[in-house]
Design a protein around this ligand. Structure first.
Ligand SMILES: NC(=O)c1ccc[n+]([C@@H]2O[C@H](COP(=O)([O-])OP(=O)(O)OC[C@H]3O[C@@H](n4cnc5c(N)ncnc54)[C@H](O)[C@@H]3O)[C@@H](O)[C@H]2O)c1
Length: 254
């Protein structure tokens, strides 16, 4: 029988109550991993982990990734409950739209704390565990095409996504000597519950995306799994853009 890629491995996925993170958690479970599913929303964490338990061991751990202490606690929880930790996906991110000239300090600091702080401190906590337990772990940040190109009302968000990509590069210096790789994935428009709240989203992005459709969460999950798998062991400090060609031709091929 073929061995599953992530058997005997534990992965943390943040912001996974729905959307891209949920799909990544499901894909990891289907490939044999034990998953610690985080969401800010306690009920959603519990409900999503229970739903995914039909595919494997999925444990809920609710909390706010913008709190550095939380990022230590989730690593401790993973290790206490599963005796290991091999992979962390800092996926939770928030998008607070607003024009640059009107943007409010409280919104900026919230976006920075969730999108950058959440990635930074989860990587730090996991990195410490990996190093002290001699584990060649994998870390993946969820970036965005807005970290590559300007997008209306997304200066703050886009800046945080560029930051996590550069963070992956910087961590190469400190973590490569221990065999830990750190990468980022930058999705383009993706059809999640959140983006589908806009009734025009599917049509707009089908027109704007050279490949003719926005991404499905499975398109993102497949690449994410590759980046945290043994096959990508020699890839570190990199970002893979998964955008159906949008950043090659943006703003619009039409
Ligand atoms: N959907 C897209 O089109 C798209 C495109 C590019 C990048 N991204 C990035 O992908 C990631 C996932 O996006 P999505 O659209 O699937 O997410 P989403 O907006 O649907 O949110 C997923 C979950 O994250 C949780 N969350 C929010 N703040 C949190 C916090 N502080 N701590 C823990 N959980 C928190 C929410 O409760 C929600 O259930 C994000 O980093 C996002 O920036 C998404």
């Amino acid at each position: 029988m073929e061995r599953k890629r992530f058997e005997k491995k534990t992965a943390i996925v943040t912001g996974a109550g729905k959307g891209i993170g949920y799909e990544i958690a499901k894909s990891l479970l289907l490939e044999g991993a034990t998953v610690i599913l985080n969401d800010l929303d306690y009920e959603l964490s519990e409900k999503s982990a229970a739903a995914l338990s039909e595919f494997g061991t999925c444990l809920a751990f609710a909390g706010d990734v913008s709190d550095p202490d939380f990022n230590r606690e989730i690593v401790d929880f993973a290790v206490a409950r599963t005796k290991t930790l091999d992979i962390v996906l800092a996926n939770a991110g928030i998008t607070l739209f607003g024009s640059f000239l009107e943007y409010q300090p409280k919104d900026l600091y919230q976006v920075l704390q969730v999108n950058i702080g959440g990635a930074f401190f989860l990587a730090q906590s996991a990195g410490k565990y990996f190093i002290s337990n001699n584990k060649k772990g994998s870390i993946l940040f969820t970036s965005s095409v807005t970290g590559h190109q300007a997008h209306k009302d997304l200066a703050a968000y886009g800046m945080t996504k560029a930051a996590v990509e550069l963070l992956a590069k910087h961590l190469v210096l400190e973590l490569s000597p221990y065999g830990i790789n750190v990468n980022a994935i930058a999705p383009g428009a993706t059809l999640t519950e959140r983006t589908l709240e806009d009734p025009e989203y599917v049509k707009t992005w089908a027109n704007l995306t050279p490949i003719g459709t926005a991404a499905y969460p499975t398109d993102i999950a497949k690449v994410a799994l590759f980046l945290v798998s043994e096959d990508a062991r020699h890839i570190t400090g990199q970002t893979i853009v998964v955008d159906g060609g949008w950043t090659s031709v943006s703003p619009s091929p039409f």
